[in-house]
Design a protein around this ligand. Structure first.
Ligand code: GLP
Length: 244
């Protein structure tokens, strides 16, 4: 069985609050924390809570450093669906963070060089908490099923499943969804001190069941969390826990 700490909540709001509490405690203890951040629809509620706590001055991001998991390739950095835009819109623009302390892989240009550059940056730091969502196929970051767990930052071809899942952000038009992305590898993710994976909804239930079974299988990327030496929290709502 997995040594992951599973927290099942009643709904999305509670899931977001539980995850936020862990970040808030860390930021109070260590104002210069290094945070690994994620995109997607799942973290929005958590980011809203962090923004509120920052506005009420309970926490500050003044000395916080952030590294994001991934970015789409072949769309401009300022594209409305780039993860760079997402982070600004959903978090950075609303908190007292120094933008120079925020890092995302670059999706434009030479992916090999961009991957090497991000890998070098990550190798110089230690992430205190890495936040993760999970794809319905069990992907974390953009590490799709079949990815070797010892890969660092790399370019990926998105699977049909992921392209379909993410089409909702691109006017439900599959042809508009980028087909490639650049992502932290599972090796980079497992380097974090603490990992928090959040998930809600029935379409995540199978992925959560697989993680919690304790299996370690490269066809289920999130199962790599069972290899983590530090603390791992899986915080889910009832629907995402419905197959455990
Ligand atoms: C994307 C991101 C992942 C994210 C996943 C789930 O593919 N690259 O980091 O966890 O989607 O997204 P959502 O939270 O919208 O379900």
């Amino acid at each position: 069985m997995s040594k992951i700490e599973l927290i099942i909540t009643n709904n999305y709001e509670e899931m977001s609050q539980k995850a936020a509490d862990i970040f808030i405690n860390l930021l109070k203890k260590k104002p210069n924390s290094v945070l690994g951040l994620a995109t997607g629809s799942t973290p929005i509620g958590l980011y809203k809570i962090l923004i509120k706590k920052n506005k009420s001055k309970e926490i500050s991001f003044k000395d916080v450093i952030t590294y994001n998991l991934d970015e789409y390739c072949n769309i401009p950095k300022n594209h409305e669906q780039s993860y760079f835009t997402y982070m600004n819109k959903n978090l950075f623009a609303h908190i007292d963070i120094n933008k120079d302390n925020t890092h995302l892989p670059l999706g434009e240009g030479d992916s090999k060089l961009n991957s090497e550059k991000y890998e070098n940056e990550l190798n110089k730091i230690k992430i205190d908490i890495q936040l993760l969502g999970v794809g319905s196929n069990g992907h974390i970051g953009f590490n799709e099923p079949g990815t070797d767990f010892d890969l660092g930052v790399h370019e990926v071809n998105l699977t049909e499943n992921t392209i379909k899942d993410n089409a909702r952000f691109f006017e439900n038009d599959i042809s508009k969804v980028p087909k490639k992305a650049i992502t932290m590898g599972i090796k980079n993710i497992l380097n974090a001190e603490t990992i928090i994976l959040i998930a809600n909804g029935k379409n995540k239930a199978n992925a959560i069941k697989n993680i919690m079974s304790g299996i370690i299988d490269k066809n289920i990327p999130a199962s790599a969390l069972n290899l983590h030496k530090g603390k791992v929290y899986v915080i889910v709502d009832k629907d995402a826990a419905s197959m455990i």
